[in-house]
Write a protein that binds this ligand. Structure first.
Ligand SMILES: Cc1cc2nc3c(=O)[nH]c(=O)nc-3n(C[C@H](O)[C@H](O)[C@H](O)COP(=O)(O)OP(=O)(O)OC[C@H]3O[C@@H](n4cnc5c(N)ncnc54)[C@H](O)[C@@H]3O)c2cc1C
Length: 459
């Protein structure tokens, strides 16, 4: 069997199903121009991915293999590869709309062997008794817990594979049917180095062992380093989900309550399943016709971290400066965007997608739909986060806010959490809150009620 092993969201050799397939192999990675072309030339994620791909190449070399790196449109690349007489292309499943459309096209060129790797469950594993997908997380989670077993902890060991001769020393660019060799460097892809500051995977896993016992209690406080920070590694498969599950299983045997952390991993699966079964959710509301109201001034203030609402501005500035944002703050920001500012959730989703290091279509889109209350799960649209109370509760000392909004460093936490104070007091270089929360949320409610009534009338 002559196989192409296509690495995508599984940039590692440990416990990788691709390496468990016997035969003659051509391991490849594609820098996909459809994804790269619209990105700014200093996008941090491209440097991260390039580093990971080079790391993967060297790990494969230590196994007697290698990695051929392409640059171009995957369909065009497979059109050329097909002529070299392969039996199949093997790749782990990737389920967002673009990935599925791309894989369908590739499967028309070569038989496509889709393997399960990125998520705990396959998209059809957790279904209701009538075979339809769950729309609500809690029953999905109960089902997931009852079906979760040893098979989900399986470890894949490398099989005997023979490396096919190919160009491994450079990047092969395919454009308009022509092939060109480029030096093995990030600059060949037209990107500048912009390396995000990331703690090593080994240190993150070691730290998680210490964080797990208090995870449930601490995870909502952005000033505390209480979560795993592993979303980036999970996104690109630098850490395999089964390896993380086996680690949790070991911790559980030691008497640690791993359930709250496992629950978050199941959330990730839930969102991937939803987008798999309802790809139109990428742009369309599930139930309610809330489109929001476009407003360039509001949008720009939000994107610059200059809304005058400290917790929101802190989150956005953390995102812009580091590519990271704490989960609780993501929720507060998305709620403020869709409710207080009444902006279309799709715009906020796109903004996050441009900046999040861990950007994942399913998690981002469905989290934004959840925040906007557009109807896919039971977060009612009339539940509106109060950003001032959220800040007071989860960043009591305003340590997180002060870290990212230095203009507020000299104020007391009490003042920072007091909307009336912030509305009346002039702070150098820092704007007053652009909306008054109670008024804005009343307006939002009116708008939502009206849209629901119209939606029902038109149904
Ligand atoms: C508006 C909004 C947008 C988001 N966009 C993304 C995104 O693009 N990519 C992304 O990976 N996560 C996204 N999340 C989910 C969550 O914020 C991040 O996964 C989490 O903050 C990552 O930090 P961590 O690794 O320390 O998480 P931990 O708390 O340590 O959780 C462990 C892992 O579970 C998964 N996870 C945790 N919480 C969630 C959640 N609520 N939904 C889905 N998966 C979860 C992640 O893979 C995470 O690494 C979004 C949440 C919101 C509210």
């Amino acid at each position: 069997m002559r196989r192409i092993l296509w690495f995508r969201r599984d940039l590692r050799v440990t416990d990788n199903p691709l390496l468990s397939l016997e035969g003659e192999v051509l391991p490849i990675f594609i820098f996909d121009t459809n994804i790269l072309d619209p990105l700014p030339k200093n996008d941090r994620r491209v440097t991260y991915i390039f580093d990971r791909v080079m790391g993967l190449k060297s790990s494969l070399r230590s196994l007697g293999l290698d990695l051929m790196i392409f640059y171009g449109d995957p369909v065009e690349i497979f059109d050329l590869l097909e002529k070299e007489g392969f039996d199949e292309v093997a790749a782990s499943g990737d389920y967002d709309s673009y990935a599925r459309a791309r894989d369908t096209q590739v499967s028309m060129i070569l038989p496509f062997n889709s393997l399960q790797d990125t998520y705990i469950f396959t998209p059809d594993e957790i279904l209701k008794d009538d075979g339809t997908p769950y729309l609500v997380f809690t029953p999905f989670y109960s089902r997931a817990r009852s079906l979760f077993g040893k098979a989900h902890l399986r470890h894949y060991t490398p099989a005997k594979q023979r490396l096919l001769a190919a160009h491994y020393e450079e990047i092969t660019e395919i454009k308009g049917g022509a092939e060109r060799s480029l030096p093995l460097a990030l600059q060949s892809l037209g990107f500048d180095e912009n390396r995000p500051e990331i703690t090593s995977l080994e240190l993150k896993v070691a730290a998680l062992e210490k964080k797990l016992p208090a995870y449930a209690k601490e995870r909502d406080y952005p000033a505390r380093d209480a979560t795993s920070n592993l979303s980036l590694e999970l996104r690109f498969g630098a850490l395999g989900i089964r390896e993380l599950l086996r680690f949790l299983s070991e911790q559980k045997k030691r008497g640690i309550d791993t359930e709250p952390f496992f629950r978050q991993l199941v959330f990730r699966d839930f969102y991937a399943c939803l987008l798999y079964h309802f790809p139109e959710l990428a742009w369309k509301n599930y139930r309610y016709p809330f489109n929001g109201i476009e407003d360039q001034e509001r949008f720009e203030a939000f994107c610059k971290g200059r809304t005058g609402v400290p917790i929101v501005d802190a989150g956005i500035r953390q995102l812009l400066q580091s590519g990271v944002m704490h989960n609780r703050v993501r929720m507060v920001c998305a709620s403020f965007f869709t409710k207080d500012l009444l902006l279309p959730w799709q715009q906020g989703e796109k903004f996050f997608a441009q900046h999040l290091l861990d950007y994942d279509a399913a998690s981002n889109i469905l989290s934004w739909q959840w925040s906007a209350g557009t109807g896919i799960d039971p977060q009612p649209y009339f539940r509106i986060f109060n950003p001032w109370l959220q800040a007071k509760k989860f960043d009591k000392e305003a340590a997180y806010i002060k870290q990212w909004v230095p203009e507020l460093k000299t104020l007391d936490a009490k003042q920072i959490h007091d909307e009336r104070f912030m509305l009346s007091y002039c702070i150098e270089n820092y704007p007053k809150p652009m909306v008054v929360h109670n008024e804005a949320s009343k307006e939002a409610l009116e708008y939502f009620k009206k849209r629901v009534a119209e939606g029902v009338k038109h149904a």
